[in-house]
Design a protein. Structure first.
Length: 196
């Protein structure tokens, strides 16, 4: 993906706070005049392929994508539909990953969280279950329970749409299910944006 597309979708725009964990993913040469830290989009671009390859090791039906964030719900849903994964968007019911007596109980093998802070209940349960955690992490996120971080703006509508769209495309390419051209004809990234 051309790097300017990441910038057009504000994937590089971080937060005004930064965590020590995310320091290595930040572009230290650029600092937004509004006091926002910039995410290094070169690392984002490389990590999208790494995350897609990692998630592709699992049966898609055993992958769980979670998004409590309003702007992440539609992209997470579209991602899950595209690759055949499970999804929980909106409220995460406590015990979903740890209490077999719950009606909502599921047993994924890997979890992808839109924001480790907003999705903290799902993250905590995944850790307690010994499940690998992949997280889309902004400049202010801590990586304590995240096994594989994808540095990107996880609060922006356009950013989350592009990140999930690219992850789905890369995963389907890994499985030889689709080419870039076929994907771009079939799926418009703008359709992945939340309309709230």
């Amino acid at each position: 993906m051309p790097l300017d597309v990441y910038e057009q979708h504000a994937v590089h725009i971080g937060t005004n706070q930064k965590s020590a964990d995310m320091k290595k993913f930040l572009d230290t040469l650029r600092y937004h005049e509004g006091g926002l830290h910039h995410i290094d989009i070169h690392q984002t671009d490389a990590r999208i392929r790494v995350v897609a390859k990692f998630l592709s090791r699992y049966d898609p039906e055993r992958v769980l994508v979670v998004s409590a964030r309003q702007y992440g719900q539609r992209p997470a849903r579209k991602f899950a539909e595209s690759i055949g994964a499970m999804r929980i968007v909106g409220r995460f019911i406590p015990g979903t990953l740890t209490n077999p007596r719950l009606r909502t109980y599921i047993e994924p093998e890997v979890i992808l969280v839109t924001d480790p802070a907003a999705d903290s209940q799902a993250l905590s349960e995944a850790v307690n279950s010994g499940m690998p955690v992949v997280g889309i992490c902004d400049a202010n996120n801590r990586l304590r329970n995240v096994d594989l971080a994808l540095p990107a703006n996880n609060k922006g509508r356009r950013s989350l749409a592009l990140v999930y769209w690219l992850l789905a495309r890369e995963m389907l390419k890994t499985r030889d299910s689709i080419t870039d051209a076929d994907w771009e004809r079939a799926q418009n990234v703008d359709d992945w944006e939340s309309t709230f």
